[in-house]
Design a protein around this ligand. Structure first.
Ligand code: S3P
Length: 424
């Protein structure tokens, strides 16, 4: 993908469905009784991997254009898969699915692409084993492929050692199959889509501050409306915020407070972002974002804020490069365990574009404003790195060529077309 300098960003766009919510909708609908319909579903490769896995487990899922229909078979209606399940590039698929499979009375094997097979799985294998699950993988369960021999589980109380919605969700989903109560305690709150959706499907889940409890109980098919993904909106939010004379409206964006760190950070950098039409849709906060371009200034982002903007850090680094002064990001060690080592990828590639950026063990320091020069950069096969570099290209004197940009289809197949609509 080759990106050329833009003069301004202008227009009105909608953003594809939220990836986290789309995954959960397929999973919960599959283990519910009766039919579910999902509108706004993200047809990105990650969520299509989730559909494939549940089809492999005997669930009928129909794409009817406007909506996805899932014929749920109840908590114990999944069938032993005839082949290895493939989660592709998707950590959410592998980790949340494992939480469901440990409750099934059969054997499953889950694999993924080279990136996913290098990501840490002990973080789910450990608590699931504590619940009585037989789950294994390469290096004693640290790495996929994972094998799961499901069976009887007991509820546990588990304090999350890393703030991770994927680990939290894996334990809570296993809790649907466990005897007694399962409790998860978080130190910093991570995205709570699983909790909200389990409740919407009729599950026995309670949340008191950072403590969540769940008990077994059937789920029932629902209508799910998936809002636009704020993590995809983030690329255009940064582009329009940092480019003077820009005016962009992004409609129907999910504004769950566990996800809106990007808005807070951009505002702390001086960005002009307004929220209109705020409403609740499908149990999640939704609104339109109105962005006007301004000069930005550097900021500081610390550990407590990280879970609310973890996926947006690559593009926040681009905003920081364009901003006047220093930006310091710390407490973000988790970035090393994403689709790529995102600290390394961001530092290496923004450096190539002339940005003064230094790696920290748990983050980065960026000195702006940079004069971004063009050139060839590498996505590391990571969708969010590819899109963040494309946004840097909009501010570059010479074109920016992003190598291996096809990975963008993981979360945002129409990224380039959407960008073309708003770039002047
Ligand atoms: C996700 C949680 C986050 C995030 C990922 C999606 C989810 O991962 O980075 O893109 O849907 O639960 P962790 O929970 O592992 O931090």
């Amino acid at each position: 993908m080759i990106i050329y300098k833009a003069n301004k960003i202008k227009g009105r766009i909608t953003i594809p469905g939220d990836k986290s919510i789309s995954h959960r909708a397929i999973m919960l609908a599959s283990i519910s009784k009766g039919k579910s319909s999902i509108t706004g579903f993200l047809r990105g490769e990650d969520c299509l991997s989730t559909i494939d896995c549940f089809r492999g487990l005997g669930i009928e899922i129909f794409d009817e254009g406007e909506e996805i229909i899932v014929e749920g078979k109840g908590l114990y209606g999944l069938q032993e898969p005839k082949d290895i399940l493939n989660a592709g590039n998707s950590g959410t698929t592998m980790r949340l699915l494992s939480g469901i499979l440990v409750g099934q009375n059969f054997l499953s094997i889950i694999t993924g692409d080279a990136s996913l097979r290098s990501r840490p799985m002990a973080r789910i294998a450990n608590p699931l084993r504590e619940m009585g699950a037989q789950i294994d993988g390469r290096r004693n369960g640290e790495l996929a492929p994972l094998t799961v021999r499901g069976g009887k589980l007991q509820g546990i109380s588990y304090t999350l050692p890393v703030p991770s919605a994927q680990v939290k969700s894996a334990v809570l989903l296993a809790g649907l199959y466990a005897d007694g109560t399962t409790t998860v305690i978080e130190s910093v709150e991570s995205r709570d889509h699983t909790e909200k959706m389990v409740q919407a499907f009729g599950g026995k889940l309670k949340k008191e501050g950072k403590k969540i409890t769940i008990e077994t109980g059937e789920l029932y098919g629902q209508r799910v409306e998936v809002p636009g993904d704020i993590s995809s909106a983030a690329f255009f939010l940064v582009a329009a915020s940092a480019m003077e004379n820009s005016h962009l409206v992004i409609e129907k964006v999910g504004l769950n407070p566990t996800r809106t760190g990007i808005i807070d950070v951009l505002r702390s950098m001086g960005a002009d972002i307004k929220i209109e039409n705020e409403r609740i849709s499908g149990g999640e906060e939704v609104g339109d974002l109105i962005v006007r371009g301004k000069k930005l200034t550097g900021t500081t982002i610390e550990q407590d804020m990280i879970p609310r903007l973890i996926d947006e850090i690559p593009v926040i680094a681009v905003a920081a490069a364009l901003a006047e002064g220093k930006t310091i990001i710390t407490g973000a060690e988790e970035l090393k365990h994403k689709e790529s080592d995102r600290i390394l990828a961001v530092v290496e590639e923004l450096n190539k574009l002339g940005v003064e950026i230094k790696e920290l063990p748990d983050g980065m320091v960026i000195n702006g404003p940079a004069k971004i020069k063009g050139g060839r950069v590498e996505s590391y096969g990571d969708h969010r790195i590819a899109m963040a570099l494309a946004i840097a290209g909009l501010f570059s004197e010479e074109p920016v060529e992003v190598q291996n940009s096809e990975c963008i289809a993981v979360s945002f197949p129409d990224f380039e077309e959407t960008l073309k609509k708003i770039v002047l």
